[in-house]
Design a protein around this ligand. Structure first.
Ligand code: G6Q
Length: 542
């Protein structure tokens, strides 16, 4: 497989970028008054306006050619067919099977996995219905009212983001909490004030070996047993979601209370698997199915639409354009919806754990930049903090704005104010304010340079009618496939995460050094040794 930089289209883009760098979005819009309409696409209920990007038709042609030269079409086919495209872990990558209809066949190692997916969904639906109706009773006979998901990374970020995003659809009599951090504060604060007799813990861990999750699960077990006075309470107050049935059962989870999934579901791609159990309890099975339908609609679009009209492909290619040809080091995700406040954090894992890689799929060093740093916050809050840098900083930060035409909580005219800000920000970033415009406002000369906004700062705007479970599914799938597209261009394995291992292994070495009663011999570097010694001297009870 040749490096992307050796593709003719890449070289064409490098040359073409020189001419684009000097062109302003003001000129591009002035030259073509209908640009905004022409560069807007709609698919699966999402509208993408990509006109405020620093691109011409030639740019887009070259980017689409790059996708073809990098084999994107073949790689999409391979993913959907269940080929083991996660090469370093020798696994299929089939989050798309999690939302496949029952009559579809997707074969992994000779087995059609679709019936397995639907069997788990049916069990999840039955269990969720019992919790929601109050039919599942805790050990003392009271119905469960509090649901606490214990998980980390992909087993936390999806559930907590989806809960927040869809809490409008959640019954008020149920409370939801999410414990992820091994910092005891997390467990303590989430469970503060909860009645153990009415609390269900969902231990979510693909491997069931994650130190933090197991530590919190043990803390939860003691919390329940201590309060309810009996080990037998565990089976009424704990369920698990895992691919590791044996370890879950060792922990004391009944097989009947285990919801499984498969090694072909990556952690950061798992919110629509059984890892979404808390989501299903929150919104109900029907709405969960609607969310899956939303995912599926985007899957179908991604699979079938020509690249030049394909939302995730275009977004992925635009990300490559700024990352590799404009040296953009970060990208901002700006949802104008309070319910999506966890969406940037969710996307951080999806994008950076997937594409923050320094070697190609065959183990050679990449010869171009891979994933930028993703960050962001909801609007309008961000406008009053970091937007200054977006408008007048020295770095180019491509932005994705996400908004909805209808509010779930109309309050006076507030939604219009929210959306007016979204539209105004994209306009201000693109067109800025010239020195002459500033002068015309009566600004004294000395202040003029401070008030000028150069503009020419690119953004995508994604609009949907309303934030529904289906919209959320579509939105997440849009980014999943955009990330895939970028990974294919850079020829990296977007589905492994070897980089997180070193720190974990080193922590295993440090833990006994902190816990030992006697002063341990330390063989780290001088900084780490000194930090450990200081901590041992100064910690509580030392
Ligand atoms: C995701 C990563 C990682 C993983 C967590 C939790 O793609 O693999 O974030 O989800 O480390 O792992 P477990 O679910 O196995 O506890």
């Amino acid at each position: 497989m040749r490096a992307p930089t050796e593709c003719p289209a890449w070289q064409g883009l490098a040359k073409h970028a020189e001419s684009i760098r000097g062109r302003h979005l003001r000129t591009l819009f002035a030259d073509e008054p209908a640009r905004g309409d022409r560069m807007t696409l709609e698919a699966a209920g999402l509208v993408l306006d990509y006109s405020k990007n620093r691109v011409t038709d030639e740019t887009l042609d070259l980017l689409v050619r790059l996708a073809s030269e990098c084999g994107l079409r073949e790689r999409i086919t391979a993913m959907f067919a269940g080929e083991k495209i996660n090469v370093t872990e020798k696994r299929a990558v089939l989050h798309v099977a999690l939302r496949a209809p029952a009559d579809e066949r997707i074969i992994v190692d000779g087995r059609n996995v679709v019936p397995d997916v639907h069997a788990v969904l049916a069990r999840m639906a039955a269990f969720s219905a019992r919790i929601r109706s109050g039919g599942w009773l805790g050990y003392t006979g009271k119905p469960i009212r509090n649901i606490v998901n214990i998980g980390l990374g992909g087993s936390d970020l999806g559930p907590v983001m989806a809960y927040e995003a869809l809490r409008h659809y959640s019954p008020h009599e149920l409370s939801f909490g999410f414990v992820s951090n091994v910092d005891g504060t997390d467990f303590t604060e989430v469970t503060r004030g909860l009645d153990a007799a009415q609390t269900l813990f969902i231990v979510s861990s693909k491997t069931f070996t994650t130190l933090e999750t197991l530590t919190n699960a043990h803390a939860a077990r003691s919390w329940v047993v201590q309060r309810l006075g009996d080990e037998r309470a565990v089976s009424r107050h704990f369920v698990a979601v895992s691919t590791n049935a044996e370890a879950a059962s060792k922990f004391g989870i009944d097989r009947a209370n285990l919801f499984g999934f498969w090694d072909w579901v990556g952690g950061r791609y798992s919110m629509d698997s059984a890892i979404g159990l808390s989501t299903m309890i929150s919104i109900g099975a029907e709405q969960f199915q609607a969310m899956l339908a939303g995912f599926r609609a985007m899957d179908q679009h991604f699979r079938s639409a020509p690249f030049e009209r394909n939302l995730p492909v275009l977004m992925g290619l635009l990300a490559v354009w700024y990352n590799n040809f404009f040296d953009a080091q970060t990208a901002a995700i700006l949802p104008y919806d309070q319910y999506l406040r966890k969406f940037p954090a969710y996307l951080q894992q999806l994008t950076m754990e997937s594409n923050g890689k320094h070697v190609t799929r065959d183990g050679a060093r990449v010869d171009c930049q891979t994933a930028p740093v993703y960050w962001g916050d909801r609007g309008t809050n961000g406008q009053h903090s970091f937007f200054q840098l977006l408008h007048q900083g020295t770095r180019l930060v491509p932005c994705d704005f996400i908004g909805f035409c209808r509010s779930l909580n109309p309050l006076g005219g507030q939604h219009d104010l929210l959306m007016a800000n979204l539209f105004a920000q994209t306009e201000a970033l693109a067109f800025g304010r010239t020195a002459d415009e500033v002068r015309a406002e009566g600004t004294p000369e000395w202040l003029v340079p401070h008030r000028v906004c150069d503009g020419n700062r690119p953004s995508n705007t994604i609009l949907a009618d309303r934030l529904t479970p289906a919209t959320l599914g579509t939105l997440v799938a849009l980014y999943e496939h955009s990330v895939f597209t970028q990974g294919v261009i850079w020829n990296i394995d977007s589905f492994d995460q070897w980089g997180v291992e070193l720190g974990k292994a080193l922590a295993q070495r440090v833990i006994p050094e902190l816990q030992s009663v006697d002063e341990p011999p330390l063989a780290h570097d001088s900084s780490t040794n000194a930090l450990i010694r200081r901590y041992r001297r100064r910690r509580e009870g030392a």
